[in-house]
Design a protein around this ligand. Structure first.
Ligand code: LLP
Length: 415
């Protein structure tokens, strides 16, 4: 049975009905399934068994401490993009020596903190960053483990905002300049060049772009080896998509098959940075219908969650399934635009959804475990929502709903 499912006409997360969760914790509320998260991580880890490998979960997808702690217990590494994420990993019991640090704009204080904590590798994204890390490491009398993030110039065939591997994107070092920057890095005293890295985009639903990118990496590794630069690991980033609707997705085994075909000859440690594929389908956003409003053009279901809680529909045209918590209802089936209370026309969670609704009904916005809460804001002065984790028949509140006090915390009036 799937971790989210209908049982006796009610929608459940594992052994707990979402109606029960709404009663106890209120709405809106993110609900995650522990089992779903662990299952995805373990499935990928098992598929990777033939390789020496490390899964570095991409913290940005869902950075709740309880989620990070589950990863730490599984023995996961972490992919971070800020000092804040490294603080979270440490607090959640993660091991710094299994952390890779990505991102185009690492500040000096962030580099210093990461060096102090002894992270596994900096994924360097520009020549300037290389120079800065070398200098800071020298000041600290340390040697920084480093990998260059190369931009393989492949089209990930995903939404332009989440495509990162094209040469017009801000990410990584171009293929053309990679060799020269590797030479430069190899000559620096406080840099230890240990790997190569790429990440071509997110929500990638077919394997072709991965195969193209990995082949390019493979050629680069061979060429570097000919020039006496021997690398220890290949970091292939994240990006594997999930089914939001009825898309057919490659399995973890299919993905690993592509890795085998393109990279196995190198016999190096393999690092992956998956985010969405681990947590995306392990969470829903639970929300309540406040009003039903009909205009000559549209039927609106106005719910208590909004774009500030889940921005994917507004920002990327992301499609999330919307399920009724009570499966059947006496109400007529009508096509609704499910919208939030935020004062923006772009504030919607789903359009044209056939639902049987009455005021007060509960809905689950599905596949909201990745880039849901982690992208939430306080826009319209809306406190960020609660998060709960279901573990079989138990529910744990893993983040309290923000209070009005939290909302204004740190602000002050002029004297
Ligand atoms: N590694 C790096 C360097 C990344 O930039 C990302 C995501 C990942 C790994 C994880 O990728 P994943 O396996 O989750 O696809 N907010 C957007 C997605 C942005 C992805 C940013 N980078 C969305 O909601 O679709």
């Amino acid at each position: 049975m799937s971790d989210f499912h209908y049982q006796n006409g009610l929608y459940y997360a594992e052994g707990v009905s979402l109606a029960e969760i709404a009663k106890q914790y209120g709405t809106p509320c993110y609900v995650y399934s522990r089992h779903a998260i662990e299952k995805q991580w373990t499935m990928l880890d098992s598929a990777l068994e033939p390789f020496k490998h490390l899964i570095c979960y991409a913290v940005k997808a869902n950075s709740n401490l309880a989620v990070l702690n589950l990863m730490a217990r599984l023995g996961s590494g972490f992919d971070i993009v800020s000092a804040g994420e490294l603080h979270r990993v440490i607090k959640a019991g993660g091991d710094s020596s299994r952390v890779v640090f990505s991102g185009v704009g690492k500040r000096p204080d962030e580099i210093r903190f990461a060096l102090e904590q002894g992270i596994k590798c900096f994924n360097i994204e520009s020549a300037d960053e290389l120079v800065r890390i070398n200098l800071i490491a020298a000041e600290m009398d340390k040697v920084a483990p480093a990998s260059l993030r190369v931009n393989p110039d492949v089209d990930a065939e995903t939404h332009p905002y989440i495509s990162t591997g094209l040469k017009e994107n801000k990410f990584g070092i171009t293929f053309e300049s990679a060799r020269e920057i590797y030479q430069q890095a190899a000559s620096m005293e406080n840099i230890d060049v240990i790997g190569v890295d790429c990440h071509i985009g997110s929500q990638i639903t077919n394997l072709g772009p991965f195969a193209d990118a990995f082949k390019r990496l493979s050629d680069l590794i061979a060429e570097l080896a000919n020039n006496d630069i021997e690398l220890k690991h290949i970091d292939i980033g994240g990006g594997l998509g999930i089914a939001y609707q009825d898309e057919t997705l490659p399995s973890a085994d299919d993905y690993v098959e592509v890795i085998s075909e393109t990279l196995a000859e190198h016999d190096m440690e393999l690092i992956l940075e998956p985010g969405r594929s681990i947590v995306g389908n392990a969470g829903v956003l639970l929300t309540r219908v406040e009003y039903l409003k009909q205009t000559p053009e549209h039927n609106f279901a106005i719910v208590d969650a909004a774009m500030n809680d889940l921005i994917r529909p507004s920002l990327y045209d992301g499609w999330h399934d919307i399920k009724q918590i009570v499966e059947s209802s006496d109400a007529d089936a009508i096509n609704y635009d499910v919208v939030g209370p935020v004062c923006e026309t772009g504030d919607f969670l789903g359009k044209n959804r056939l639902l049987r609704l009455q005021q007060g009904d509960l809905l689950a916005v599905c596949s909201a475990g990745a880039y849901g809460f982690s992208m939430a804001s306080n826009y319209n002065s809306r406190p960020r929502v609660a998060e709960v984790m279901v573990d079989k028949e138990q529910v744990f509140e893993i983040r309290k709903r923000e209070s009005i006090e939290d909302l204004m915390n740190g602000e002050s009036l002029l004297p």
